[in-house]
Ligand binder design. Structure first.
Ligand SMILES: [Zn+2]
Length: 314
């Protein structure tokens, strides 16, 4: 069942807790975006709910596994939000659901994805539930950034961190589980901090082509074959704006390669000085910080491009 090799150790830990009847009421699963947190918490819940668990293998045929696979297990509730904030009403509903007795006389799971998105009202509501958890209720929080969670929440959770797998392990998994070429995978890993699931998504959404196109435009700007107005117009598209964090990651990777690698990379951007690249990265972060804060997106992009252009002596 487990197709993500770097999660094996965590699954085994969970199996031991299950076998020893030592499942805590609250857990916090942390790790970088795209490392497999959701995959892990689903497996944890599925294992605990399966009627015929053998070792760490779920049976896939019991009533519970069937409900789970159909996506409507009544003993699994989930808050999964794309919004910036998890609202107090969502936490209250979840707590109510947990108090209802289990439909199958077993554990009841509540998963709160991106728990760092709780505001103070929803955090307080959750704290109340964590202080007096209903019998057999298991609350699992996931977070990319645990630094944004209150210590009072964290101290009540068993912490499970998913370490970023080594680049080679991510690369092998991507080669085995996708149709992308080794070269595409190598390139994509550099845009996504080598985070495996994020890299897969990055490739599937054709972000690699988009990012390469934007880097080409920076090159054309540097060589004077395109002007700032043309590039600004292209970069104003929503899809282009979403690439900014990936571009910053990639440029940082180039700097690291320039500084530490024995062999030169063939990336077009290695020709630029570390200082030029750093300044460009800083301008990407500046944009991400200031955009949507009453300043005009167009103006911010222009500033970024002008600064890049000016880093070349005329
Ligand atoms: Zn089963």
């Amino acid at each position: 069942m487990n197709e993500l090799p770097w999660l094996v150790e965590r699954i085994e830990q969970w199996q031991k807790l299950l076998a020893g009847n030592k499942i805590p009421h609250a857990l916090l699963v942390s790790g970088s975006k795209g490392v497999g947190k959701k995959n892990l918490v689903y497996q944890m819940a599925k294992m605990a709910l399966c009627d015929n668990l053998q070792g760490n293998q779920v049976c896939e045929s019991c009533k519970s596994c069937q409900l789970f696979n159909a996506g409507n297990h009544t003993d699994l509730k989930m808050i999964s939000t794309e919004d910036d904030v998890i609202k107090v009403a969502q936490i209250r509903q979840l707590s109510k659901d947990l108090i209802l007795s289990s439909s199958r006389g077993n554990y009841r799971f509540a998963i709160i994805e991106n728990a760092e998105r709780m505001n103070s009202a929803s955090t307080n509501a959750l704290l109340k539930t964590l202080e007096e958890p209903p019998a057999n209720a298991v609350i699992i929080l996931t977070a990319d950034d645990t630094g944004r969670l209150l210590p009072t929440i964290k101290s009540r959770c068993l912490k499970i961190n998913i370490d970023l797998p080594q680049r080679l392990i991510s690369k092998k998994w991507l080669l085995d589980s996708t149709d992308f070429s080794e070269q595409q995978i190598e390139q994509a890993l550099s845009y996504t901090n080598s985070t495996p699931l994020a890299t897969k998504q990055f490739l599937e959404l054709n972000h690699l082509e988009k990012c390469e196109q934007m880097l080409d435009e920076l090159l054309e700007l540097a060589h004077g074959t395109k002007n700032i107005l043309e590039v600004t117009k292209n970069w104003l598209e929503e899809e282009s704006l979403q690439m900014f964090p990936y571009l910053a990651n990639h440029l940082m990777q180039i700097i690291k390669t320039k500084m530490f690698a024995d062999v030169p990379t063939n990336d077009k951007f290695t020709q630029f000085s570390t200082q030029q690249l750093y300044s460009l990265i800083q301008n990407f972060f500046r944009f991400l910080k200031l955009n949507n804060k009453s300043l005009k997106t167009e103006l911010l992009i222009e500033e970024l491009l002008i600064s890049w252009k000016q880093s070349f002596p005329t």
